[in-house]
Design a binder for this molecule. Structure first.
Ligand SMILES: [Zn+2]
Length: 415
């Protein structure tokens, strides 16, 4: 199973927007961008919403059948580890092995010594095709990378072999993610991570490093765009080099997590993949659920009432909802409107505050981020929420499709 060059991870909290999401990729295809869908959902999301991996599989299969999609599509067991991977074995054919918790912990001295010894030939000036300036690599660099990442790669190998023994080699796509850590990985560290993956015989087709800067959920990139552009392009070139050097899968590509709404770096990403003729997996951050809220607000009546109720409860439960996401949100409590104020808003005002349009004075990033992590509130509304999604499907679907196509696929993959 070989993942295509361009792919888009589309989270869908409530599993109702599969068709609307896929329609965006059908339209993209008509415009010349072949981007395959990967429906991803993590164990954390399943637990909070009360769904199971089989629900994602059912949603994906139904959307593909309804729209007569003939290209590949995947169901991603997102951010799994040995403790929960078994729940995903039947439904998934894409596994994102999350070993971030193992980074920074050291492998055995014996293994580190061996790794450093086997990589002595890289000490010195390493020039990589496609990158103007070479990398100065010292023996210490190799050892530091081994101490930070070798154990994590060994753990990825254990998870991979577990999935392989259950599903059979070659029957699924493997991604390795290290994005949920504090420290970004440098291109040189990435080089040694890739070598370690090859030594584990782990046929990773995508890798999600932690890039420089902040990738908050559902809002724009925060950081030095020029620095990001430089590192991203170096990573793209390094992957190409590592494929040949270490014998990794020829389609190995970068995966950008929390990739939705990172408007200020999409240009740099697009230029790098074009310049190097490279692939890309863009994993969005579950913001489809915010398009549901926008659609409900715009629908008015009961839809708008639900949108307001979700906000009021989310504000009441601020600490509980924000806690698990503390590292990936930046909410200014003073910037949050009171429930009384929101009660006075019409659908257009609610949508304008929530919609990620930085040119709009009414856009409120704190409001948006709080609602983004507030999906638990909607889940608890149960049938009231799901019935509203069905009742207002038309207006919601239009927002979901447009958001994916116009805000994401076009700038990233069409440029
Ligand atoms: Zn991630």
């Amino acid at each position: 199973m070989t993942l295509e060059k361009y792919s888009l991870g589309i989270g869908d909290r409530f599993a109702r927007q599969g068709k609307a999401q896929l329609r965006a990729l059908l339209q993209a295809k008509a415009l010349g961008a072949n981007v395959v869908p990967v429906w991803n959902k993590s164990h954390r999301e399943h637990t909070i919403i009360g769904t199971a991996p089989a629900d994602v599989r059912a949603e994906a299969d139904a959307a593909v059948a309804a729209l007569a999609w003939t290209d590949a599509y995947y169901v991603d067991a997102d951010h799994i580890g040995l403790k929960n991977v078994d729940l995903f074995l039947d439904a998934s054919d894409f596994f994102t092995l999350d070993v971030a918790d193992f980074t920074g912990q050291s492998a055995s001295e014996h293994d580190i010594r061996g790794f450093v010894d086997r990589h002595r030939r890289y000490v010195g000036e390493l020039s990589v095709p496609g990158i103007a300036t070479g990398f100065a690599i010292t023996a210490e660099c190799v050892e530091v990378a081994a101490r930070k990442y070798l154990l994590a790669v060994q753990e990825a190998g254990r998870i991979y072999r577990h999935v392989e023994s259950a599903k059979g080699a070659g029957s699924f796509v493997t991604e390795v993610s290290m994005d949920e850590t504090d420290q970004p990985q440098t291109p040189v560290e990435l080089l040694f991570i890739l070598s370690a993956l090859a030594e584990e015989d782990l046929p990773a087709q995508t890798i999600a490093p932690k890039f420089t800067g902040r990738f908050n959920k559902g809002v724009d990139y925060v950081g030095d765009v020029a620095q990001f552009a430089k590192e991203f392009e170096e990573d793209v070139a390094l992957l190409r080099f590592a494929i040949g050097e270490f014998g990794l899968p020829a389609n190995l590509k970068l995966s950008v997590h929390s990739g939705s709404d990172k408007f200020s770096i999409y240009g740099a990403m697009n230029q790098a993949i074009r310049r190097h003729d490279a692939g890309l997996h863009l994993k969005t951050a579950g913001t489809t659920w915010l398009e549901e809220l926008i659609g409900l607000a715009l629908a008015g009546g009961d839809g708008l009432r639900i949108a307001r109720d979700v906000y009021r409860s989310a504000l009441d439960r601020f600490d509980e909802l924000c806690g698990p996401y503390a590292a990936v949100i930046d909410i200014d409590p003073a910037g949050l409107p009171s429930p009384a104020e929101v009660a006075g808003w019409g659908g257009e005002e609610y949508a304008a505050a929530l919609r990620h349009d930085q040119s709009c004075a009414a856009y409120n990033p704190s409001f948006r981020q709080l609602l983004h992590v507030g999906y638990k509130v909607a889940a608890e509304l149960g049938v009231r929420y799901l019935d509203a999604l069905a009742e207002f499907e038309g207006v919601i679907a239009a927002n979901v499709t447009e958001n994916i196509l116009e805000q994401h696929v076009k700038p990233v993959f069409l440029g």
